[in-house]
Ligand binder design. Structure first.
Ligand code: C5P
Length: 232
């Protein structure tokens, strides 16, 4: 199964992204771009990164009625992204519609991943704001099972949840895990972190790494270190 390091390119403009990518002359990268960059630069930023031979995880976290998500996914599929995502809380029907929209006429499609509960949502907020009373890990596993039921490829989760997701949904169900830090690096605002080597040990399929690479003095060196630790 493909395992890879995905670089979270949390830059706010195309110029910053291009400046960053220009440092990598030999590597073919997997780049995550999020709402800020996509809303600022539009589909052109996807085309620019793809033109350079890199893969793209378009992290837009869609959540709407099934028909709208299906049509939006068709557009993203035509953009030739490699991975995109939806909120599992949009229901199994919404995830099935997303998958349908994403699948091209020849049967090929980008990977489709679900967001379970955002790590910014505490159990208390889930209870008070959303009226969900089950424990967080039970909710996360239920959402992951729903994603699997809908035919999705995996979930974004904390590295600490990756093993349980695999136990619940099977080894082939992908776990995409942010919150990765080098043992000797800055933790920043992330709370529960793992090193790339630990993420490998617990069975993460893709790690999403932002600042440890993008803010490093030498991003190419930091990326190579991350790949070496994660892929072994
Ligand atoms: O810079 P850093 O390595 O913390 O970046 C992690 C990336 O993963 C960011 O783009 C962040 O938004 C994303 N992410 C996360 N935690 C989640 C979901 C996404 O850190 N639960």
């Amino acid at each position: 199964m493909a395992k890879d390091v995905i670089i979270a390119c949390d830059f706010s403009s195309k110029e910053d992204v291009v400046r960053f990518l220009d440092k990598f002359t030999e590597e073919s990268l997997y780049i995550k771009i999020g709402m800020e960059l996509f809303y600022a630069e539009g589909p052109e930023i996807v085309k620019e990164i793809k033109k350079r031979g890199h893969k793209i995880f378009l992290d837009l976290k869609l959540h709407d009625i099934p028909n709208t998500v299906k049509k939006a996914m068709k557009v993203l599929s035509n953009l030739d992204v490699d991975m995109c995502n939806v909120h599992a809380s949009g229901t199994v029907a919404m995830m099935e519609a997303a998958l349908e929209g994403l699948t091209r006429e020849d049967g090929s499609r980008p990977l489709l991943i679900a967001v379970t509960q955002l790590t910014s949502t505490s159990e208390e907020r889930m209870k008070n704001d959303l009226l969900i009373h089950e424990p967080m890990d039970q909710v996360v596993m239920h959402y992951a099972s729903n994603a699997k039921k809908a035919g999705l490829d995996g979930v974004v989760c904390s590295p600490l949840e990756a093993k349980k997701v695999h136990d619940t949904c099977g080894e082939n169900f992908l776990t995409i895990t942010p919150g990765v830090r080098f043992a000797d690096g800055e933790v920043g605002d992330q709370v529960r972190v793992m090193t790339p080597a630990q993420a490998r040990e617990i069975g993460s399929d893709y790690i999403v790494v932002g600042r440890p690479i993008t803010a490093a003095e030498n991003p190419v060196e930091a990326y190579r270190r991350c790949v070496a630790e994660f892929l072994g």
